[in-house]
Structures are given as structure tokens and as C-alpha cells.
Design a protein around this ligand. Structure first.
Ligand code: ZN
Ligand code: ZN
Length: 357
């Protein structure tokens, strides 16, 4: 079923007669359009894609499932969208939860005669379940991330800076005709205790944990992987912390499947860490939904109300971060299938000491 048909089913279930889609992530999901300005009006029987003159040619190539209406200066975009909605006979128009306040204010001025009502985050929920084509793109993005990790292990040695590792990693990803999914994290030694630290001029040293968190984006779909390695030699403490994180990560992958609650999966890891007195070092959620956004809808956390379902893709990324020593995070991307899970990232996870001798 195509995304437009799925949206219409969702609209019917939510009692929505007409919706205005303007979030670029949702516009891309619904139409395939990759430009920055697009609006879609969807009713049970009609749909129209609206863009401006910069994108007329691009829209004719990318948007196949509905007609395009476009405007040029000096026509006002919101006024033009309102006219298209009126042409479709729209009286009440739902707008997305992610609509910026400023845009909503402008719409209330320009949409005379149309009642604007907020819609729940309908499209973000629909986007959680991936089609075969979407899964294929995430799989490709995961393959590039795995290749990038293998590539970068050759560079990890004492004296190389975090920023140089990061640049080489990102160059490699870009060279595979992919985009980087997000600015990569490369942090070492004490700095690896910062879960989202920025790469610095610090040089890698013997005895450092090095955490690399990065991903590739292929035709709008992301991968997100983390590996932690040790430089030169690993102490007993390195091994203990690493094996605790790995054990928790593997247990979470064993537990996550259709029908289980997100809270249960997250709780399992928290309990395992608590038994080793490490729970206080794990401050973030266990994982998140992955797709057109890196942090897409869905959270594996204690406050999450998500229930795991087939076709969803989740990251599983427990971490332990000890100030003054360092941190470990291990992250994989996992597709939920009807019968279990398929791990989409395949980089090795046993404790790796680099450079290898
Ligand atoms: Zn990550
Ligand atoms: Zn992540």
C-alpha cells in the first residue's frame, strides 16, 4: 500500500476530513519530494502537492502520486495553499503537531473561511512502520556504516586526533555517494564519558576508550551505529565495563520483538546495570526509532508508551559513562520482523584493541 493510501486510512481512523502536511520529513515520506518547500493537502478523494517556482521541475520528477500546483513571487505561499484547499472544498483542515508557531500564526491570517484544527502526530506514527522499499534503504545505509567502521579501524592509533578520525570517517561515507546521517561523534579517553561529545584536537593515547557514533543517509533514510574500541592495551576495568555494556546490549536485542513494550526492553538493561552497580552511569534512553529522522518517533525508555511492532526499526544503544575514566556505548539498528528481529548493522562487537598487532 502506498503512503497516501496509508495516510487516508489513518485520517479515517482519527476522524480527520482533510490534512495539511508541511513538515519536510512527512512531505518526503508522502510524496518523494526532497526539496525544502512543499505542502500537501489530502482529503478522502483528492490530494494536491504545492510548491514554489524553484521546485517546479524537481516536483515533476519526484512527485508522481498527485498533481502539483506551484506559485511564484509575488503570490503569498500561505494564501496560495488556502486557495488550493478551498478548490478541494475543504472547510476544516487539520495541521500537523510539528507545525511551527510562526507558520500557524500566518495560516490563521490567510486561511479565511477554513477552520484549522490540530492533528495528533499522525504521520510520525505511520512512518514508524516501514515498507519493503524503506527497509531496503535503511539496510543500504547500515551497510555503508559497517564499511566505514571497518575502514576507520585502520586509522585508530596513538597520536591521531579525534577530529582527524572523524573527518576521515565522514569522507569515507560521503565517498560512497551517501550523506552523513548526523555530525559524527568521535571521543576518546576521559572525553568518551560525554555521550554526545564533539570531536576535538585531543590525540588518541594508549589506554583510551574511543567511542565512534555515526551513520549514513541514503535517499533520505539513515543508519546510526556506535562502536567503542580501546587504544593500545585494555585494563581489567576496560574489560569489565565493556563486557557489562555488551551483555546488556545483546540481552536487549534478544528481548525486543513485536508485542513487547518499549519500557520493558529499556527496563531490562537498567536492571542488568543495577546488578553491577552501573545504573547510575546510564542516563539516556536505550534507543529510538530510526528512519527518515535519526531520532525518529519512538523511544525505548521508562517514560515511553510505545509498543514494538513489525516493520519498525529501532536502535539499541546502552552506554556506561564514568567521569574521569571514560565511557562505552554499543549501538546497533534492529528491524522488527513478524517472527523476531533482524540486526541490520554487522560491525564486530567483541572488545577490539587497536592498532591490531
Ligand atoms: Zn548513534
Ligand atoms: Zn542512536
Amino acid at each position: 500500500m502506498d503512503t497516501l493510501a496509508r495516510l487516508r486510512i489513518g485520517m479515517a481512523e482519527s476522524g480527520i476530513q482533510a490534512i495539511l502536511v508541511s513538515d519536510p520529513v512527512n512531505v518526503g515520506w508522502l510524496t518523494g519530494f526532497s526539496g525544502t518547500f512543499g505542502r500537501v493537502i489530502v482529503t478522502p478523494d483528492n490530494a494536491v502537492f504545492v510548491t514554489d517556482s524553484r521546485y517546479t521541475l524537481q516536483a515533476s520528477e519526484e512527485v508522481r502520486s498527485m498533481p502539483t500546483a506551484w506559485f511564484a513571487s509575488p503570490v503569498d505561499g500561505d494564501e496560495f495553499v488556502a486557495i488550493q484547499a478551498k478548490k478541494l472544498g475543504v472547510k476544516t483542515l487539520a495541521f500537523e503537531a510539528t507545525t511551527p508557531y510562526e507558520q500557524w500564526q500566518k495560516m490563521t491570517e490567510k486561511f479565511n473561511g477554513i477552520c484549522l484544527v490540530p492533528a495528533a502526530d499522525l504521520l510520525a506514527d505511520l512512518r514508524m512502520t516501514k515498507s519493503a522499499d524503506e527497509i531496503a534503504l535503511v539496510r543500504e545505509a547500515c551497510g555503508i556504516a559497517d564499511a566505514a567502521f571497518e575502514h576507520i579501524t585502520r586509522m585508530i592509533q596513538p597520536g591521531v586526533t579525534e577530529i582527524d578520525v572523524c573527518l576521515d570517517l565522514e569522507f569515507y561515507i560521503r565517498r560512497q555517494e551517501a550523506d552523513i546521517a548526523f555530525p559524527s561523534i568521535v571521543v576518546s579517553g576521559n572525553r568518551s564519558a560525554r555521550p554526545h561529545g564533539k570531536p576535538s584536537e585531543k590525540k588518541l593515547e594508549v589506554g583510551d576508550f574511543v567511542t565512534l557514533d555515526f551513520g549514513a543517509r541514503v535517499h533520505g533514510y539513515n543508519s546510526d551505529i556506535t562502536r567503542t574500541v580501546v587504544v593500545g592495551e585494555a585494563s581489567e576495568r576496560h574489560r569489565e565495563i565493556y563486557s557489562a555494556v555488551l551483555e546488556a546490549q545483546l540481552a536487549a536485542i534478544d528481548t525486543i520483538r513485536a508485542g513487547v513494550t518499549a519500557k520493558t526492553v529499556d527496563g531490562l538493561v537498567r536492571d542488568m546495570f543495577a546488578k553491577r552497580d552501573l545504573a547510575k552511569y546510564f542516563g539516556h534512553g536505550l534507543g529510538h526509532g530510526l528512519g527518515r529522522l535519526v531520532h525518529d518517533s519512538g523511544r525505548l525508555s521508562q517514560s515511553s508508551t510505545n509498543v514494538i511492532g513489525p516493520g519498525q526499526i529501532w536502535t539499541i544503544e546502552p552506554g556506561v559513562y564514568i567521569e574521569g575514566f571514560g565511557g562505552v556505548r554499543i549501538e546497533d539498528d534492529v528491524l522488527i520482523t513478524d517472527s523476531g528481529v533482524e540486526v541490520l548493522t554487522h560491525s564486530p562487537k567483541e572488545l577490539t584493541i587497536l592498532p591490531s598487532v
